[in-house]
Design a protein around this ligand. Structure first.
Ligand SMILES: Cc1ncc(COP(=O)(O)O)c(C=O)c1O
Length: 491
């Protein structure tokens, strides 16, 4: 019997593995049919010029996976019960472009078609203004972090077990409560702090818990598109409210005639414009929420980075009512791949959030929670933030100076002296795509702010420039190259 088996003696793949793959493929493609007798191990070894042990090894594997079966005193056969559909698929079926091929997506799944995934990692231009909100990785005390992680690894091996508490590691929750009370004027007890995998998970959990199809969520416009995707994926209707230099225009809320379930805001540093919500608007927002029964979601993602003055205290701390859920993250003050954030929720919501978190992923990774607890309690968080505040202030100043120097009135810088990025408007006839393409040709990555707008057209000419991960010289050179584009495009 010629089985047309191809084995490569010189390959790094072991012979028994090659033989197994070849035989399996022969069965799946129908070259070896159900019930067909297999050659004896001795004769196949002889035909192929390999050892009998190699053939035995491959047969054993195929027997244990059900491709072959043995009949005592008779021999080895291709199994009879292989499903027909499997038997003729020589290659994996192509992924259908009209997904799903046979099963309908849930309404949640269907809404995800509009979600923009980040571009696949590739060669990035040298000067990457697109890295908005990215901390200065070179400045992170990685040796210290490594030491704290390895300290956590030396703890009892129960650290490897399923965590006992979905709310998170208690000492970390205590450390965060203490930090928030002192630095952000948040009113909270450690019991209200829930550790999550970044703000994104916090938003997802809250959206699942509160939103039904058709519920309304108010969002700043422009606003944080990743939050918008989450609300829309739950079937919520997003009501955009414009922002100005003082943040969300709260007066507009009173024009809404329909009930609102949630209001998502970034009051300390509005994303993406950088405006800070004024005190009078904060108080008006809290009063409106109490009056209407809406819940406020306060996303305090990069409030630590205010450069002219002290950070603005959190909205949550201004009210004694339970109308605010506070969300924080370590993605900006430390590094985003840590995937560590937290929620502060009113006490009565703790049990339901705990259950939701348990169902989603049990608990956030414990080793990192231990390391982070030590990082905070030993004072490293505060000193790192202090250092980064000085560095980021300098880089932002460089960016603003370079924009003014090279672009003058061809650019408007939006927002306050705060945060990790600047939103700018280029006064130019080019489309955003042309502008980004020309920048890329000059080795500069530029990201349009269009996706932040409910109607992308409204964001035309707006760009987000990240600078916290770029040296001053790189920032200046990047802006100089942008100026070349704008000057070349002058009518
Ligand atoms: C408005 C806003 N919130 C939160 C985050 C951080 O998200 P995460 O904690 O999931 O990394 C970002 C990141 O860019 C952001 O822009």
């Amino acid at each position: 019997m010629d089985l047309a088996l191809k084995l490569e003696i010189t390959s790094t793949i072991p012979l028994h593995r090659q033989l197994y793959d070849e035989l399996r493929q022969a069965i799946l493609s129908g070259r070896l049919v159900s019930g067909q007798r297999m050659p004896s191990t001795r004769s196949l070894a002889k035909t192929l010029g390999i050892s009998r042990a190699t053939v035995l090894f491959s047969y054993d594997q195929l027997l244990s996976e059900g491709y072959l079966s043995t009949v005592p005193a008779s021999g080895t056969f291709v199994a009879c019960q292989l499903p027909n559909e499997l038997l003729r698929s020589t290659t994996a079926p192509p992924i259908s472009s009209t997904f799903p091929p046979c099963i309908e997506l849930s309404s949640y799944g269907a809404t995800l078609a509009t979600v923009e995934l980040p571009p696949a990692p590739g060669q990035k231009p040298l000067i990457n203004f697109g890295c908005y909100g990215r901390p200065a990785f070179d400045e992170f005390p990685i040796h210290l972090w490594r030491r704290l992680l390895s300290r956590a690894c030396r703890l009892s091996n129960t650290i490897l077990d399923y965590p006992a508490d979905p709310l998170g590691y208690k000492p970390l929750r205590e450390a965060i409560a203490c930090y928030l009370t002192q630095s952000r004027a948040v009113r909270c007890e450690p019991e209200q702090v829930i550790i999550v995998n970044g703000s994104q998970q916090a938003l997802d959990l809250i959206a699942r818990l509160f939103l039904n199809q058709g519920d309304r969520v108010v969002m700043e416009n422009p606003g944080y598109f990743e939050a918008r995707y989450i609300f829309q994926a739950q079937g919520a209707e997003v009501l955009p409210i414009p922002v100005d230099r003082s943040g969300l225009i709260v007066e507009k809320l009173s024009t809404l005639t329909i009930p609102v379930k949630l209001v998502y805001v970034t009051p300390s540093h509005q994303f993406p414009t950088g405006a800070a919500l004024s005190l009078s608007r904060r108080l008006a927002l809290l009063a409106w929420a109490q009056q209407t029964g809406a819940m406020i979601l306060e996303d305090d993602y990069d409030s630590e980075f205010r450069y002219d003055e002290r950070p603005i205290p959190a909205l949550q701390g201004l009210t004694s009512s339970d109308s605010v859920i506070y969300i924080g993250t370590f993605s900006k003050v430390l590094f985003p791949s840590l995937r560590m954030g937290y929620l502060v929720v009113p006490p009565q919501l703790v049990p339901v959030v705990a259950r939701a978190k348990w169902l989603v992923d049990r608990q956030s990774p414990l080793l990192e929670q231990h390391a982070l607890t030590d990082f905070i309690n030993e004072g490293h968080l505060e000193s790192h933030i202090r250092r980064m505040r000085i560095l980021y202030a300098e880089r932002r100043r460089t960016l603003v100076q370079a924009l003014n120097q090279y672009l003058g009135n061809q650019v408007t810088i939006i927002g306050e002296n705060a945060g990790m990025n600047a939103m700018v408007q280029f006064h130019i006839q080019l489309s955003d795509e042309e502008m980004s393409d020309r920048a890329e040709q000059r080795g500069v990555e530029l990201i349009s702010a269009c996706s932040c707008y409910m109607n992308a057209e409204d964001g035309k000419g707006m760009f987000l420039l990240g600078c916290t991960d770029l040296d001053s010289e790189v920032i200046q050179e990047g802006v100089r190259r942008l100026a070349e584009i704008l000057n070349a495009a002058e009518p």
